[in-house]
Design a binder for this molecule. Structure first.
Ligand SMILES: Nc1ncnc2c1ncn2[C@@H]1O[C@H](COP(=O)(O)OP(=O)(O)OP(=O)(O)O)[C@@H](O)[C@H]1O
Length: 303
């Protein structure tokens, strides 16, 4: 079976500005693929090309094995970044309308079951303009999944949701993947990407800079991070040999190490300076990897 998405050397410019530059990417079926990248790096433009809202200037795209949108339009759903719903329709009526657009009828039981899961059953006969932002987002999500798409594309599905609703949304996405759906979502939340995604793709200035499982990505950096906690306020961590960068989280600090740094020597030095509560040699987090790639050299320099 073909991959859910095959992108081959795709470029898209707006005027002189190259938003997506020679991008190639494969999304296997039945996976969750996370798109990450700084603001304006090309995530939405890529998703819009998959949805054929934009045509690439060059390169080729295949979605669910098809090159022509009409051939896959009924099997794909998109939750756009800018949420917009028909405000004077009632919730259930609106979801029914989106189902019909994909040629799905008689789905009231499914709609009710989704509304129930998303904590919106009592709102089914309320007008859309009476919903809060988070509620409309959930209604839009249900509208996207009601026709049981093979491929679901979500542009920042967690933004603006409170922690409970984030969990509800995460569970819904995971259950869809379990049922066989391929899910692509963009996010600025690195911990969500780390926990949920089978594969992570990072785009920076229109170019692919990361693509793989979290483990593959972290392995390219190796065990170059020290997580430490020392007793007392503002522990003195400066001047340690081999430490390239210190990130201070207040109660804990992360040290980035140069290759072949002697971590035992650092531990010895820290013990001379104070009482060490926590000392862990680890791979960098996705958040740290993102910052390393996206932060300009000058801001990312050694302390
Ligand atoms: N229709 C358009 N016309 C002109 N420029 C555009 C258009 N759409 C996107 N761009 C530009 O292309 C670049 C990539 O935008 P895109 O929306 O893909 O970024 P993004 O990674 O989704 O960002 P964010 O995280 O802020 O949503 C930006 O510089 C943006 O200004």
């Amino acid at each position: 079976m073909s991959d859910a998405i095959e992108i081959n050397n795709v470029t898209k410019s707006f005027g002189n500005f190259v938003a997506v530059n020679d991008l190639s990417l494969r999304v296997p079926r039945n996976t969750i693929y996370g798109f990450i990248g700084p603001n304006g790096s090309g995530k939405t433009t890529t998703l819009r090309m998959i949805m054929r809202i934009y045509a690439p200037d060059s390169g080729h795209l295949k979605v669910l094995g098809e090159e022509i949108f009409q051939a896959y339009s009924d099997k794909i759903s998109y939750l756009p970044e800018e949420r917009g719903l028909y405000k004077n329709m009632k919730v259930k009526e609106l979801i029914r309308f989106f189902a019909r657009l994909k040629n799905v009828r008689n789905c009231d039981a499914d709609i009710e079951s989704w509304l129930d899961r998303m904590g919106l059953l009592d709102w089914q006969n309320k007008r859309v303009d009476t919903l809060s932002k988070g509620m409309s987002q959930k209604v839009q999500f249900i509208s996207a999944v009601i026709a049981k798409p093979e491929l679901l594309i979500l542009d920042e599905p967690f933004s603006g949701l409170d922690p409970t609703n984030r969990t509800v949304m995460q569970d819904a996405i995971l259950s869809l993947r379990k049922a066989g759906t391929t899910v692509i979502f963009s996010t600025h939340d690195m911990s969500v990407a780390e926990k949920m995604c089978d594969f992570i793709f990072m785009i920076h200035k229109g170019r692919k800079v990361l693509d793989g499982t979290l483990q593959q990505i972290q392995d390219t950096y190796g065990l170059d991070t020290l997580k430490v906690q020392l007793e007392g306020e503002s522990p003195n961590l400066y001047g340690l040999s081999g430490v390239e960068k210190i990130t201070d989280f207040g109660n804990a600090q992360e040290l980035r190490l140069a290759r072949n740094t002697d971590t035992q020597a650092i531990l010895g030095e820290l013990m001379r300076r104070g009482r060490v509560r926590h000392f862990e040699i680890t791979k960098p987090s996705l958040q740290d990897i993102f910052v390393r790639i996206a932060t300009p050299e000058s801001e990312n320099a050694s302390p």
